[in-house]
Each structure stands twice: as structure tokens, then as C-alpha cells.
Design a protein around this ligand. Structure first.
Ligand code: ADP
Ligand code: ZN
Length: 627
């Protein structure tokens, strides 16, 4: 048996993490003990690590079967960036390159090999595999073997025969599909031998669930995306036409957005998906054709502009938000009209049985949308899980929207903007200050030269309405005074000057303009967020993007957002401080440590480091114990 300390050492040295996510260590230990394992973890639960880490402990090669060609490259990029000898073989690899990789396999140069299932059944391939000292077999997306799963792939059925060729090696099957039926199918079809079965909770504590009445969807989507300008998000729509319309509207409003649906050419789809994954565009408007095979950990919101067909789809689609464990939001725009539309569609189905099921699923979905109690417990109940708390604190029904929020940063922005305007000699009304904050270049702003102020454009994350409401709150609270000369110019009171100087925390009633708060704003008040020096974070993000583009990989292959935020919080300046950042292992320290530390030092030469309250950031997902 491999001692736990050795596993933890390897977890840190290679992957950069200090603690296992729920059930990871149990799964890894069982597998290393030589047992067959069935692991059911939700999206973002950290399934990959469950076979990657054991692969490093074993002599020989671990075969990983995966149906998703695009993901293989992604996983292998990530492993290589962490210094792990991994490779893949699939139809996208050119003959010459494939030959080189096969030679490497003969020489025993790799610890992990990713394969599409059909590859195993090419003539002679099994003979080769037998020469490669295979130590373990991992079957990713194992539900593909079951006709009861949502993604049945006949080629998966043949995987059982590998067992006959390699009878001794342990198998680990992984999926995020929870139903008993599928689990049983996987165990039977793969001939798992007395498998250890682990089922994690399907709760995603870092996701906030909200439903809003769909009133002016285009306006609502535009507002929402504007408010989340700097972060990645997915807007799901029902039809291709809606996808195109939203994407065009967003582009017109100046957002970097692209469409994705099955009507686009293969090349366009690949291009748009890649642009999203590489953070070249922030928003992807998509039908349900988008998502499988997306590994992007920092999707901060999933907005459903139309009602999903059933709760399973809703759970899966929203599940693509927040894989990295940082606070993320799921927003559903709901109208009774959507139900009517689907019902009409279902009424035309020929298959009576299928229609009945579809109707029932739609009913459940609509019930969920109209539900007045905790949405998280409703979801979990659907998957047969009982949630521990009556109030989850992070769905719209549990969140008391009349609660106060920490608006210190917003207040600092608005107050210092007014301060600068007044210092420049021309006191103005609140609306003008809001224009400056929002980066307007209207005649009045340009005329006064207020586009040159350092506060010009620093308030893009909120719409104008937000800032106006905040301004009024500040007047009421005595931070701002209005002149009574009929011009209504605003000025800072001594209370405001003091608050700015001392960086006093300010709390106000939460402002909900189009009735949606941004996940970014929420994250400041929620326990799971990582508060950090946002300015430095942006600088680090820029550097990460440059490094990633230079290497032709997505930014998250270099570092995840958790790592960057921790850097922008702890200001590491030595190798050992840098290594203490979650997500930094030995290889990443060697490759990137110097450059990141240098940028942090440059930042500190011009800016004072900030102090932060202890972070409440915990890794996601409490556990349901071993089944
Ligand atoms: P899944 O396949 O279950 O959806 P992944 O294997 O893609 O999940 O992991 C999701 C994210 O969590 C990845 O960014 C991964 O690096 C991260 N992760 C996995 N294990 C840990 C851990 N023990 N600590 C911190 N982050 C982890
Ligand atoms: Zn709730």
C-alpha cells in the first residue's frame, strides 16, 4: 500500500494541491490496492486526478479511454505542463507523429496514454498494448457504455474484451451520471470485479441558482452580460436562430461573443469553441450542442435564456459553471410561454411513450422554475439526495434580497470619481459622475477633459442605474451632499473624505437594477470567494494569456483562476512562497515562477500590498459516504 503522506506529497509536487477533494483519496487508495473502482463524482469533482495520480505511483503505463477527442489534447497539455509524461493517440494525430508516439510507448517513455475506444480494436493494436507493460486501465465517461445513459456509444461496449487480454490489471471507471441503472450497467458491462463504489454528493456549493421571470429577454441577457464583462459565461438558447440573434446583439453591444450550434460548419464550431476556451471571447451563445468536451474551469455563469427540457439537462448545463470551485452563477429566464411552446412540440411526437416521458420531465422542470423554496434542495432531491440544510444561502429563494452587501469598493470608486471631478474645478451632478465612471465619451465629458481622469471608465462592471442608485444611497447616508443652488451638484462630505482616507468598509442595501446581481459582486460577500488585489489579478491574467498563446494552449493550462487570485492576495516573492500557492507544483514553479514573481515585484514597487480577511475559500462538495 502506498502511504497517504506519499500521495499528498505527489499531489502537491505534481499538481500543486494541498488537499484532496471529497472521495479522491479513498478512490485513489482503493485503486492502488489493486481493486476495481467505480467513481461517481459530479462535474468539477476532480475525476481526472483519481486516475492520474495513481498512474504516477505505478510502474508502467496507464491507459485512459475517453470518447472526447478534443479533451484528450487538453488533458495531455495540462499533464505535460505539470511535468507528467503523457500522450494521446486518436484520429487527429498525423501518421508521422503517431509513429513517433508509438515508438515512445515501446520504449516505455510515458506514464499515461489517452485513447479513443475504437483505437483499441484496430488490428494488432492489442498486441502492441500487451508489450507496453500496462499497469491500469481508466475508463472516463463510463456512462457511454450504457444505453440508459445520455450518451450511449456502441464502441464502448467492446471495452469488456480488453479485460480478456489484460486480465490482471485494475480498472477504474468514472462518470458524473448518477442513476442506479447506469451504475449497474457500467459494472456489468465492464465486468468489474467486486468494485469499490464511490458516490460523491451532487451538490455544487459554489453555484448560486436563480430564476427570473423572462420579460424582455434580449435586454435581460445584454444587461447580465454587461455586468459580467470580464468573465467567461455561456448563454444557452433553445433554437439556432435565438443563438445567432443573441450573439449578434451582444457583438453589437461591444461584447466579445460567438455563436455555437449544430448548424455551423465543423470548422466554425471548432474555431468558436477554441476562442472561448482560450479566453479570446468571453461569451458563447449556444444550443445544447455545446458543452460536452468543455473542460474550461473558469466559466463564471451559465444563463439559460430558454427553459431546458428537463432537470437533468439543466443540472448538466449549469454544472459547466465553476469547475474551479470559485463562486459562479446559474440564471434561468423563465416564462410560461416556453412551456406552451414545448408542449406544442411534444403533442406532435409520434411515439406515445416518449411523449409521456417528455411531458413529465417538462412538468418537473417547470415546477422547479416556479418553486418557492430552496432550489438546491429541489435539485438534489431530484437526484435522490437529501440536503442537510433547509436554507442553502445561495439560491434566490434562500437569499434574502433585502440583505446588505459590502459595497466598499464601489463606494470608493464613485466617491473618488466625484472627488477628482470637483478637484478639476467644475462640480457636476451625479449623472455626470456616473458617465465618467462608465467611461462615456459624450460631449460634456470630452469638453471638460474628464476622459483624462484616472477614474474614467473604472465602473464598467455595473450599469449606469446601479451607480445612480448607489449615489442616492450615499447621499442619504451622509457621504455626499447636494448643492441647493438648483444645479444639484454633488460634493463629498467630511465623512466621505474620512472614509476614503481610512478605507472604511461600507455596507448598503443590495442594489438589484435589472434584478440580477453579478457573481463577481456576490463573491465578495460569499464565503467561498477569494478576495484579492483585483488590479494585480488583471496584470497576472494578462501575462497568463500571453504565455498560453505563446504555447498554443488555453490559459488554464498555465494556471487556474484560484492560483492567480491567491497570487494576487499573498504576493509571493520567493520560490517557497510561490510554491505554497495552490495549483503550483514543482514543474510550474520552475517554468513560470521567475516571471510571475518578477511581475509581482514590479507591481509592489508601485502599489502598496493590501491586507485581506482570512479567506473562507474551501474546496467544493461535501461528501455522501461510500455506497
Ligand atoms: P471532472 O472531470 O470531475 O469534472 P476535473 O478532473 O476536470 O473534474 O477537475 C476539475 C478541476 O478541479 C480542475 O481544474 C482540477 O485541476 C481541479 N482539481 C482536481 N482535484 C483537485 C484538488 N484536490 N484540489 C484542488 N483542485 C483540484
Ligand atoms: Zn437554497
Amino acid at each position: 500500500m502506498v502511504p497517504q503522506t506519499q500521495l499528498l506529497q505527489s499531489l502537491k509536487a505534481v499538481f500543486g494541491y494541498d488537499v484532496f477533494r471529497p472521495l479522491q483519496s479513498e478512490i485513489i487508495e482503493s485503486s492502488l490496492d489493486g481493486q476495481d473502482v467505480l467513481a461517481i463524482l459530479p462535474t468539477g469533482g476532480g475525476k481526472s486526478l483519481c486516475y492520474q495520480l495513481p498512474a504516477l505511483q505505478r510502474e508502467g503505463l496507464t491507459l485512459v479511454v475517453s470518447p472526447l477527442i478534443a479533451l484528450m489534447k487538453d488533458q495531455v497539455d495540462q499533464l505535460q505542463a505539470s511535468g507528467v509524461a503523457a500522450t494521446f493517440l486518436n484520429s487527429s494525430v498525423r501518421a508521422g507523429e503517431a509513429r513517433a508516439r508509438l515508438e515512445g510507448l515501446e520504449r516505455g517513455e510515458y506514464k499515461l496514454l489517452y485513447l479513443a475506444p475504437e483505437r483499441l480494436f484496430l488490428p494488432d493494436f492489442m498486441e502492441k498494448v500487451k508489450r507496453w507493460k500496462v499497469a491500469a486501465l481508466a475508463i472516463d465517461e463510463a456512462h457511454c457504455i450504457s444505453e440508459w445513459g445520455h450518451d450511449f456509444r456502441p464502441e464502448y461496449r467492446q471495452l469488456a474484451t480488453i479485460r480478456e487480454h489484460l486480465p490482471e490489471i485494475p480498472v477504474i471507471a468514472l462518470t458524473a451520471t448518477a442513476t442506479d441503472r447506469v451504475q449497474k450497467d457500467i459494472m456489468e458491462q465492464l465486468h468489474l470485479k467486486e468494485p469499490a463504489r464511490y458516490v460523491a454528493s451532487f451538490n455544487r456549493p459554489n453555484l448560486t441558482y436563480r430564476v427570473l421571470p423572462k420579460q424582455r429577454p434580449r435586454r435581460q441577457v445584454l444587461d447580465y452580460v454587461s455586468r459580467n464583462r470580464n468573465v467567461s459565461g455561456i448563454v444557452y438558447c433553445q433554437s439556432r436562430k435565438a443563438v445567432e440573434d443573441y450573439a449578434a446583439a451582444l457583438q453589437e453591444a461591444g461584447h466579445k461573443a460567438l455563436p455555437y450550434h449544430a448548424g455551423l460548419s465543423q470548422a466554425d464550431r471548432a474555431y468558436n469553441q477554441e476562442a472561448f476556451i482560450r479566453d479570446d471571447v468571453q461569451v458563447i451563445c449556444a444550443t445544447i450542442a455545446f458543452g460536452m468536451g468543455i473542460n474550461k474551469p473558469n466559466v463564471r455563469y451559465v444563463l439559460h435564456a430558454d427553459l431546458p427540457k428537463n432537470i437533468e439537462s439543466y443540472y448538466q448545463e449549469t454544472g459547466r459553471a465553476g469547475r474551479d470551485g470559485l463562486p459562479s452563477e446559474c440564471l434561468l429566464l423563465f416564462s410560461a410561454g416556453d412551456i406552451v411552446k414545448y408542449q406544442h412540440f411534444i403533442d406532435q411526437m409520434e411515439d406515445e411513450q416518449a411523449a409521456r416521458i417528455a411531458r413529465q420531465q417538462l412538468r418537473q422542470m417547470a415546477d422547479f422554475a416556479e418553486f418557492a423554496n430552496c432550489r438546491r434542495s429541489a435539485l438534489l432531491r431530484y437526484f435522490g439526495e437529501r440536503s442537510a440544510e433547509a436554507n442553502c444561502g445561495s439560491c434566490d429563494n434562500c437569499l434574502d434580497d433585502s440583505e446588505e452587501a459590502d459595497v466598499t469598493i464601489e463606494c470608493q470608486k464613485l466617491l473618488s470619481c466625484i472627488f477628482r471631478i470637483n478637484k478639476a474645478g467644475y462640480p457636476m451632478g451625479l449623472n455626470h459622475a456616473v458617465d465618467v465612471l462608465r467611461g462615456s465619451e459624450n460631449a460634456k465629458v470630452l469638453d471638460k477633459g474628464h476622459d483624462k481622469l484616472t477614474t474614467h471608465g473604472i465602473g464598467m462592471e455595473h450599469p449606469a442605474d446601479y451607480w445612480r442608485v448607489l449615489g442616492k444611497q450615499l447621499i442619504q447616508a451622509g457621504y455626499l451632499s447636494l448643492s441647493d443652488d438648483g444645479y444639484q451638484t454633488v460634493e463629498l462630505t467630511t465623512q466621505a473624505l474620512k472614509a476614503l482616507k481610512e478605507r472604511t468598509a461600507i455596507r448598503m442595501k443590495r442594489i438589484e437594477t435589472a434584478a440580477v446581481a453579478s457573481p463577481a459582486a456576490r463573491s465578495r460577500s460569499k464565503a467561498t470567494g477569494i478576495e484579492c488585489d483585483e488590479g494585480l489579478f488583471e496584470v497576472l491574467r494578462g501575462m497568463r494569456k500571453e504565455l498560453a498563446d505563446g504555447r498554443g494552449v488555453p490559459p488554464y493550462v498555465i494556471f487556474g483562476d484560484v492560483a492567480l487570485r491567491q497570487m494576487a492576495r499573498r504576493y509571493p516573492r520567493t520560490d517557497s512562497e510561490f510554491l505554497a500557492i495552490p495549483g503550483v507544483g514543482q514543474q510550474k514553479l520552475r517554468q513560470f515562477g521567475g516571471q510571475f514573481i518578477q511581475v509581482i515585484e514590479e507591481w509592489l514597487a508601485e502599489n502598496d500590498p493590501r491586507d485581506f480577511e482570512p479567506s473562507g475559500f474551501l474546496d467544493p462538495a461535501p461528501v455522501r459516504k461510500r455506497a
